[in-house]
Write a protein that binds this ligand. Structure first.
Ligand SMILES: [Fe+2]
Length: 456
């Protein structure tokens, strides 16, 4: 028997299952050739099916897995070449051996070029045929194993890529949370609870998008806007928190904050561009700003955009000593200062956004903040209710005598008096301690931001 199939490990306890011989499809319009080959191969242990033409062969190949097709080249109607091409396209895992007549080696070579694994001259010798079949099947097994391995590798690469992407996303989130914590630390020191920084980020992003800035550059500019005043952490309390006007010496201290902020973050590679924005966020288009009196395009584009966004927010926000003005007034003032304090192109982009869209940015942030406050309040209420319930349960446990206690014995839990109709809320016994006073709603510093400082 020629067919032996793959080698199986012998086991003393498990009976080996004989391998199923591979299905071989023999295609020839000549009955005698077809029958002789199939009979001989069956005797050798192969599982043979036959077809008298190319189209019939294609149908049979589609019915179940056919590892090998042995096909005549010349057949009436669709020929062997056509069948070869169809099989390669539809069933690329099927190997094809072509049978050619004498003097037709040219088309045999063409078949090899088109994907046949071998060709034999008709009529083939049995030994040659079997050798060609075994070679083709072995090659196919290797090819299938290679494909399986490749698929496994691809799956692994896909999984690792997803893991890596998730890890990068986590790192980015951590970075962002760290930046928010930094800003929150500054807010806490300045006793600010508003969300100036985050509003300025939104205005800055809106203007930047109008200037066709997108992707990582947009994100970096947003980070620069968020961190713009981070250097105020290094300004002494006596200056930063002074309620009255600053003396010229105190102003000198205050004006160090862009430099301090830059020094703080310049060595963090991820914050290299935001550091430039922090350093130049107090510069003016006309060179009258600080700390380096940069002018025009010497100022980082992020800082030029930020200057407009910051002014808009400062003018439209309430201060302890004054009410904020309208967006229309702020827009008019910013327009008036285009070319002196601000970059004209940036102001143009800013005006493109439109008053209503700018107001909406502020309203959306306010709504978001309210939702956060409500969520926080609901969470606190739920916690308080849980705490009350747990105390009530403790009290009830103490009033129920245990198995070893003197007296009439333990009363079943179900026999406890039901709460009176006048008892509000969940089941609370008459002896329950009074409800805890409502805790004040504490806003997460991360959820908010800081209010613009008049000394910016
Ligand atoms: Fe500033």
């Amino acid at each position: 028997m020629a067919f032996r199939g793959p080698i199986l490990l012998e086991s003393p306890t498990v009976e080996a299952i004989p391998p199923v011989p591979p299905r071989i499809l023999i295609v020839d319009d000549d009955d005698s050739v077809r029958d002789v080959i199939s009979v001989l191969l069956r005797e050798e242990g192969y599982n043979c099916v036959v077809a008298s033409g190319a189209e019939m062969a294609l149908d049979i190949a589609g019915q179940e897995e056919t590892p090998l097709v042995i096909s005549d080249m010349k057949m009436p109607g669709k020929d062997g070449l056509w069948l070869l091409e169809q099989l390669r396209e539809r069933y690329p895992d099927t190997s094809v051996i072509m049978l050619t007549g004498y003097g037709d080696t040219e088309s045999a070579v063409d078949c090899l070029r088109r994907g046949a694994v071998d060709y034999l001259l008709k009529p083939p010798k049995l030994t040659d045929l079997i050798r060609a079949i075994e070679r083709a099947l072995a090659k196919r097994r290797i090819e299938l194993a290679r494909k399986r391995y490749q698929k496994k590798l691809e799956r692994k690469v896909r999984d690792r890529t997803t893991e890596l992407r998730n890890a990068l996303r986590d790192i980015a989130n951590t970075y962002q949370a760290t930046l928010l914590a930094l800003v929150a630390a500054l807010d806490a020191r300045e006793h600010e609870t508003s969300d100036h920084s985050q509003r300025v980020v939104r205005y800055t992003n809106a203007i930047a998008e109008r200037l066709s800035i997108k992707g990582p550059e947009l994100e970096e500019i947003g980070r620069g806007a968020l961190l713009h005043d981070i250097g105020k952490i290094g300004v002494p309390d006596a200056v930063l928190l002074k309620p009255g006007k600053l003396t010229p010496e105190e102003w000198q201290e205050m004006r160090k904050h862009p430099d301090i902020g830059f020094q703080m973050i310049q060595n963090i590679p991820f914050l290299a561009t935001p550091a430039q924005i922090v350093l130049s966020h107090q510069e003016r288009w006309d060179g009258q700003g600080y700390p380096r009196n940069l002018r025009g395009q010497e100022i980082h584009i992020g800082a030029r955009i930020f200057a407009v966004a910051d002014t808009l927010d400062a003018m439209t926000s309430d201060r302890p000593y004054r009410k904020g003005t309208t967006f229309a007034n702020a827009i008019a003032e910013i327009t008036r200062c285009a070319g002196t304090q601000f970059d004209r192109d940036v102001v143009r982009a800013f005006l493109d956004i439109g008053e209503q869209a700018l107001i909406k940015i502020k309203e959306d942030m306010h709504l978001r903040k309210l939702t956060l406050v409500q969520a926080e309040a609901q969470a606190q209420e739920a916690e308080a209710t849980l705490a009350r319930l747990s105390e009530d349960m403790d009290d009830m446990d103490q009033t129920i005598p245990g198995p070893g206690s003197p007296g009439p014995g333990p009363a079943p839990r179900g026999a406890s008096p039901a709460p009176s109709a006048s008892t509000p809320g969940p089941a609370v016994s008459a002896s329950a301690p009074p409800a805890r006073p409502e805790q004040p709603v504490v806003l997460s510093v991360l959820a908010g931001g800081r209010q613009g400082n008049p000394r910016d």
